[in-house]
Design a protein around this ligand. Sequence first.
Ligand SMILES: Cc1cc2nc3c(=O)[nH]c(=O)nc-3n(C[C@H](O)[C@H](O)[C@H](O)COP(=O)(O)OP(=O)(O)OC[C@H]3O[C@@H](n4cnc5c(N)ncnc54)[C@H](O)[C@@H]3O)c2cc1C
Length: 459
Amino acid sequence: MIDPDLLSAIAQVVGEDYVLAETGDLDHYSGDALSPSRAFRAADLLEKTADLVVAPGSAEEVAAVIKLASGNATPVVPRGGGTGVMGAALPVQGGIVLDLQRLNAVFEIDPQSRMVQVGAGAVLEDVNNALYEHGLMLGHDPWSVPIATIGGTISTNGVGYLAAAHGPMGEQVLGLEAVLPTGQLLSTPPVPKYSAGPNLNHLFIGAEGVFGVITQASLRVAAVPEARHFIAFRFPSFDQGFNAVAEAFSIGLRPTLMDLTEEGGGTVLYLMFQGYRELVGTEVARCQQLCAGYKGKDLGPGPTEEYWEDRYDIALDYRDEVQHLPRKERWARRRWGFDYLHMALPVSHVLDYRQRASELLSQRGVEVREYAIWGRPELFSMLVRPTSDELDSARFADTVDDVLRLAQDMGGTMEYCHGTGVKLAHLIAREWGVGLDVVRAMKQALDPANIMNPGKLGL
Ligand SMILES: Cc1cc2nc3c(=O)[nH]c(=O)nc-3n(C[C@H](O)[C@H](O)[C@H](O)COP(=O)(O)OP(=O)(O)OC[C@H]3O[C@@H](n4cnc5c(N)ncnc54)[C@H](O)[C@@H]3O)c2cc1C
């Protein structure tokens, strides 16, 4: 229950139209794209519901709401597109869900600096549409471009199709404006290099909103390329494909798109090179030569062109068919037991990890439907599924945990793409070790009442 005085004070700040307390609204804004079937031991937390949804229209309104919530020790959970797949935007302790989608202005496009200054609630697709008019585009291009926001993608440090050349979302960030748990407004300069102390942007990149609310970002953007070349190769084995990718990166070849996928017995490498004409031609020629050395059969541009055309289909389907449904109906659509895991390991450990993880999974009755390398040779993922209905959810969850622990033990990380949310919170202490004490001390200093997205990142 929200304190009625707090409610009316917040309504005065943002206007009554932007304070929602109807059951249907609370239900909608209390969920994201994590369903109980993938949440495993955290499934009960998905039932938790916010007491209030507040949609501020400016950074000043965000600051005023946070100050009021802080004075009342009421949790505040920032929410962008609500498309996260780990439950990071769930109000697990009730309180206020802060819907940031009204902060969607594109303030400035600076072609010479190759920079855009944009509100945190802007959807990536809308920002791209504004940039295209200037011959520019974002360097972050996840499947969820039509539904995810700037603030959400920074807060999960997501990975997308262009990551091989441009890196994850965090690497697009030059400067940020954010409201701290005290209600103070912090901003960092939009420059690519710091040597005047630590870069405070990293307090927010991948931080799942636990240190404050991002209200604005200045992002590095890329020029729409002069030339683009799609190409695909089929390899006799995943290992040969992987070794080709590792060598390509080690000699400095930089495809913009790189996806090596093994599914249904075949291994295909999807590549796109883009940039200025002469560079693209040279890189493609060297790549063909290199892949031939690993017995890669050149499939021409067709498979990658198709892959590229279809890349947003799942997100468009989610936006049009699923996202508006009540939580329980959304979950009912995603009942089949599967999980997707995204580990990062040093390049030299990836194939060994794949072998050991596969053995562990098959001993426990779990099959791998797909192995993939996406963006960089270090970024390894698996789509896993029990081989029979006899494997119950608890044992499937334990097996998944063991595979993630194996990545940690082999010098890697349990998740490179989606954050940890509620799904992986129980493995955070193991992942961070003493680092968790450091983060807890920072949290205690910045947010002593723990109002900002409590229960996430082990805090
Ligand atoms: C169909 C589909 C495809 C997907 N494909 C990809 C993909 O290719 N790559 C990828 O990385 N992810 C992908 N995702 C996951 C999801 O889109 C990303 O995690 C995305 O970054 C989340 O953005 P969002 O705006 O929806 O954030 P939300 O889900 O709303 O929030 C995510 C986290 O960020 C915090 N947050 C949100 N806004 C702010 C803010 N302004 N300030 C502070 N904290 C904030 C929230 O509290 C939460 O902790 C996909 C999801 C779906 C449903």
